[in-house]
Design a protein around this ligand. Structure first.
Ligand SMILES: [Zn+2]
Length: 322
């Protein structure tokens, strides 16, 4: 079904067609870790460069391999999404192709266009370059400003397109011109023209046509110039800046999350080897190397390998019991 390419009038300048949005969300979970005890927490110890490190938590830290896997998986997904966004943010217009009615129509019911030879030549050039066949139609205001079309020129243009044109490759431009203070136009484009006649480019055309009519009050010349100059930009590549922005935002978010994963991985590496200990258990100093350790977590000194005698173990247990 065709849709509006926007329009303009002597009253409010130009206006555009429609738009669309998309969005997304994410989430996660975490394990509470603290340097101080909290309700429901247990005391844990692990060794960092031979020195016991304590922390309080409800459970042993998650497996670092899981964090690493999550990080790699997340990076893969977000990079893939960002790549697709970047790739689709640049549109290269392709000439509209297909078997359809290529006849250029200029129907001047208001007799305001005068000699249309030049306009016809420009519209032919426009069709041969873009593959879109233009249809220029001038009608009296009484044709569309009636209840049948809800006093709406866009509704009239839509009806006219659907009834007259039997493909989606045309661009119908309806114009009503009474005098310099009373004129309107409305565009209706087939779906197959979207690739060339994007919303942004149609808006540019509308603005130019409004400017031309305001300056010259010559509708034929204004149309001719607007169509002619549109050929200088219609087939240009188009970059969607908002999509590039979303792609960059996703990339930044991804980098942030990866950093958190790497940080969590490094942190959990030691904690993963942590052992739960009694909340009052004290450190033991090795008699041979001076290294510190928690007796209940080892069978020999973790620093020099010196064996721990039964007497030492008993003494430590008695100390912690006091
Ligand atoms: Zn030792």
């Amino acid at each position: 079904m065709p849709h509006s390419s926007g329009g303009g009038s002597s009253f409010g300048g130009s206006h555009g067609g429609g738009g669309y949005h998309s969005g997304g969300s994410g989430g996660g979970s975490s394990q509470r870790i603290s340097n101080r005890p909290f309700p429901g927490s247990h005391r844990y110890v692990y060794y960092r460069r031979g020195v016991p490190v304590y922390y309080y938590s409800t459970s042993v830290a998650p497996n670092p391999v899981f964090i690493l896997f999550f990080g790699v998986f997340f990076t893969f997904i977000t990079t893939f999404i960002a790549l697709i966004i970047f790739m689709t943010s640049v549109t290269t217009p392709k000439k509209v192709n297909g078997y359809y009615d290529y006849d250029i129509r200029i129907e001047d019911n208001q007799s305001i266009l005068g000699d249309t030879t030049q306009l016809n030549n420009t519209l032919t050039k426009f069709r041969d370059t873009t593959g879109i066949t233009p249809y220029v139609l001038t009608v009296d205001r009484s044709t569309w400003d009636i209840s049948e079309y809800s006093y709406n020129m866009e509704k009239y243009a839509y009806n006219k397109y659907v009834k007259t044109l039997h493909d989606e490759c045309h661009w119908l431009v309806v114009i009503t011109y009474n005098n310099s203070n009373d004129w309107f136009f409305e565009g209706m484009q087939g779906d197959n023209t979207d690739n060339v006649l994007s919303e942004k480019k149609a808006n540019k055309f509308n603005k130019e046509l409004v400017k031309n009519i305001k300056e010259s009050n010559d509708v034929s010349q204004s149309l001719n110039n607007a169509f002619d100059s549109s050929l200088s930009y219609l087939m240009d590549k188009e970059v969607d800046k908002s999509a590039i922005g979303s792609g960059c935002a996703i990339s930044l978010f991804s980098i942030g999350c990866i950093s958190v994963c790497i940080y969590a991985f490094i942190k959990s590496k030691g904690r993963n080897k942590a052992v739960e200990i009694k909340s009052d258990e004290k450190e033991t100093v090795c008699a041979y190397c001076g290294g510190r350790y928690i007796l209940s977590t080892v069978i020999s000194c973790p620093h020099c390998g010196a064996s721990i005698s039964k007497a030492e173990r008993k003494e430590a247990e008695e100390n912690s019991a006091i």
